[in-house]
Design a protein around this ligand. Structure first.
Ligand code: ADP
Ligand code: MG
Length: 684
């Protein structure tokens, strides 16, 4: 077997399984090795039947004492029962609907059973355990990997295939990191790491393997990002002259916060430097990012350049258009709106005005990327709510300029700075960490099921006062039926309408709806034609509905804090006191502790730090942020110190060998290329 042996050649993999494995991105033996477990199950603890602790899964070695008995309770329910004994005690093992067990367990033979032992004395029992012959040690007596799966692929199957790939290929695996680097940072060898990330003999081995793999990936990522930055540093960009800030301030109906001033100064410095700006503007919902973008457009125009602002939805584009045109009109600036739903004739007019340079700022959706759009002198590209856009889209817009234009990316997802440096490594960062004065924080409550009726009462009361409410349900997890999400949301909305709020206007949106349908529902909510909007997290990115004053989140424990924060940001945008109610039946102390943070602070950065502490960086990496490579460590959720160490190591290596030309660094270059395979232009 070779690393590139197709999975189809593995025993037991026919066409159906091959296709299912492809859905997981698994085509070759090497893909299997790189498909890291998302979790582990500790099956190493061995007990006697008598000593097995209550409620904990353990391994028990026992002899099958009789022929298993199969009985049909009713249609669709079969029980197989068998008595097993160890040196001291016996217990009954019961299997539901696993009739094959009757022949798999042979009287007089010893097996290891993994499961929970329940009951006392003679009544000890186990239900649906994992079992295998004593000595097999494939599924028991070891730390088992838990993989992300897809329909038709079981964990055991995947573990088996991976085991086979390891046995067949491990000897051919060559080290990719320079020896000096491995030594300096105490990193395990690659073959060791692949072996033990899948089948660790102990948690110490697992930690070593994981450290190496996380380090390595972040190291390659950092190297690639450094290339990107270097390339950008060598290019020239449009030069804006930094006009006096007071002239711009006079256009604003408020005076900028300190944070806004800082961001504006950074923007002015970047755009006048002669190099193309590539800057991320991070700030909580409501922190005033729009004013900073407007400042950029104002600077551009003063220097004779046009600007474009791209938003992910028509509604958002509309909102920006309204705000920006009234803000910038007094400065004599011409702002145009360009979206897909514009009539052909109107589009033509906008196209012509853009090409002639009559328009100073074009606000729009993806329509801005259409072929017909030609700018006369594009100098600044702003994208809002960036995680909806990939690098390619930003690049497509930038390509409409003769000189590479300045780019400002606005994001309302606060990310701890250390992490942002990695995730947005190709961007400089400005942070709006200060809200404009006079905001009333959203009052946030954490409640259990017992308060449900009261909460519905509260919805009714606020709607009675003319407000609107969101009710958010969790996305359906992968692996569950694809239609379940749709059902959950639609069924819940229907039930609310029929039984709880027959007199209110209830509507719903979910991710499986067409974009047009979604936007139509959102638009009618924004127009006040819907009182209660039931949805999945599709509303996370968003629309400004100042009249919405209540956000209810069902099964709040299933959301990350940052996501909850994002959801909460949908309310509290108007003059009304707003509320957020988190419903959770989960009573584990860690969960309560985590959710309580939401009731204690509205500071997005603090919340994201807490999220990072509680759940590790996996979630931040999990979302494909902006076209950077998809990282496998998202499955490993590493430790912040490794992140920093890897970054520093990359900087050091590149200082001594900027193009990675030395023979000992050749493999590093290969790996960076591999990681950035989807953005090959970074190497030009
Ligand atoms: P973001 O896009 O960051 O969520 P916006 O730019 O939409 O926030 O601003 C939110 C609201 O706050 C807007 O109504 C805006 O006019 C107002 N605002 C922005 N900056 C200030 C400020 N410095 N003082 C008072 N109000 C402000
Ligand atoms: Mg905004």
């Amino acid at each position: 077997m070779k690393l590139d042996t197709p999975i189809g050649e593995f025993p037991g993999v026919g066409q159906v399984r091959q296709r299912a494995l492809e859905r997981l991105g698994l085509r070759t033996a090497e893909d299997l090795l790189r498909h890291f477990p998302r979790d582990y199950e500790d099956r190493t603890k061995l007990c006697t039947i008598a000593q097995a602790p209550e409620g904990e899964s353990v391994c028990v070695r026992a002899l099958v004492a009789e022929t298993p008995r199969l009985s049909r309770i009713r249609k669709g329910l079969e029980l197989t029962k068998v008595r097993v004994v160890d040196d001291f005690t016996s217990m009954t093992v019961t299997f539901f609907n696993q009739s094959y067990v009757k022949d798999a367990l042979r009287p007089g033979e010893s097996y290891v059973f993994y499961g929970k032992v329940e009951g006392y004395g003679r009544a000890r029992q186990m239900t649906n355990p994992v079992f295998e012959r004593e000595g097999a040690a494939r599924f028991t007596g070891r730390i088992m990997p838990v993989y992300s799966l897809t329909h038709g692929i079981s964990n055991n199957l995947l573990a088996g295939l991976t085991q086979r790939a390891l046995e067949g290929c491990l000897e051919q695996v060559e080290e990719t990191l320079p020896p000096a680097l491995r030594q300096e940072h105490a990193l395990a060898a690659l073959p060791f790491s692949w072996q033990h990330i899948h089948f660790p003999g102990s948690f110490e081995e697992l930690a070593l393997a994981r450290r190496r793999l996380i380090f390595e990936e972040l190291f390659y990522l950092s190297c690639g990002l450094a290339f990107l930055n270097k390339r950008r540093g060598a290019e020239s960009g449009p030069v804006f002259s930094p006009g006096p800030a007071e002239d711009f301030d006079a256009l604003l109906p408020f005076s900028p916060t300190g944070a806004q001033r800082r961001a504006m100064a950074e923007l002015a410095a970047d755009t006048s430097s002669g190099r193309p700006m590539n800057r991320l503007l991070q700030g909580d919902v409501g922190s005033g990012k729009t004013a900073v973008a407007a400042y950029g457009a104002w600077l551009a125009r003063k220097s004779g350049f046009q600007s474009a602002l791209m938003a992910p939805t028509e509604i958002l584009a509309h909102q920006h258009y309204t705000t920006l045109s009234s803000l910038l009109a007094p400065a004599g600036m011409k702002v145009a709106l360009l979206t897909g739903s514009l009539k052909a004739a109107e589009k033509k007019k906008v196209y012509a005005a853009l090409e002639s340079g009559e328009i100073d700022l074009a606000v729009g959706t993806h329509a801005l990327l259409s072929e017909g759009v030609v700018f006369s002198r594009l100098g600044l590209v702003v994208t809002d709510e960036q995680h909806r856009f990939g690098v390619e889209q930003r690049a497509a817009l930038a390509a409409k300029a003769a000189l590479r234009p300045h780019v400002l990316v606005m994001s309302a997802t606060p990310i701890p700075r250390t992490l942002a440096l990695i995730i947005y490594g190709d961007l400089d960062i400005s942070v709006l960490d200060e809200l404009p004065p006079g905001r009333t924080p959203v009052a946030t409550y954490l409640v259990g099921e017992d308060k449900r009726q009261r909460m519905y009462g509260f919805v009714r009361k606020l709607v009675g006062e003319g407000r609107q409410a969101y009710i958010v349900c969790p996305m359906v997890e992968e692996g569950e039926e694809a239609t379940a999400e749709l059902k959950a949301v639609t069924a819940y909305a229907q039930q609310l309408q029929a039984q709880v709020f027959p007199d209110l206007r209830v509507a719903f949106v979910h991710g499986k709806m067409k974009a047009k349908e979604k936007e139509a529902v959102m638009a009618s909510f924004a127009a006040g034609q819907v009182d209660v909007l039931v949805s999945t997290t599709v509303i996370e990115v968003g629309v400004d509905v100042p009249n919405a004053a209540l956000m209810i989140v069902e099964n709040a424990e299933r959301f990350g804090l940052s996501q909850l924060h994002q959801l909460r940001g949908r309310v509290g945008r108007g003059k009304h006191q707003s509320y957020c109610v988190l419903i959770s039946e989960n009573k584990t102390p860690e969960t309560l502790e985590r959710l309580k943070v939401m009731t204690q602070t509205t500071d997005g950065f603090r919340i994201s730090e807490e999220d990072l502490k509680a759940r590790g960086p996996g979630d931040f990496f999990g979302k494909r942020q902006h076209g950077l490579p998809q990282l496998r460590i998202s499955d490993l959720a590493g430790d912040m110190r490794v992140l920093k160490e890897a970054q520093q190591a990359a900087e050091e290596l590149l200082r001594s060998d900027p193009a990675l030309e030395q023979p000992e660094n050749r493999r590093v270059l290969d790996q960076v290329r591999r990681l950035f395979a989807e953005n090959p232009d970074i190497f030009n």
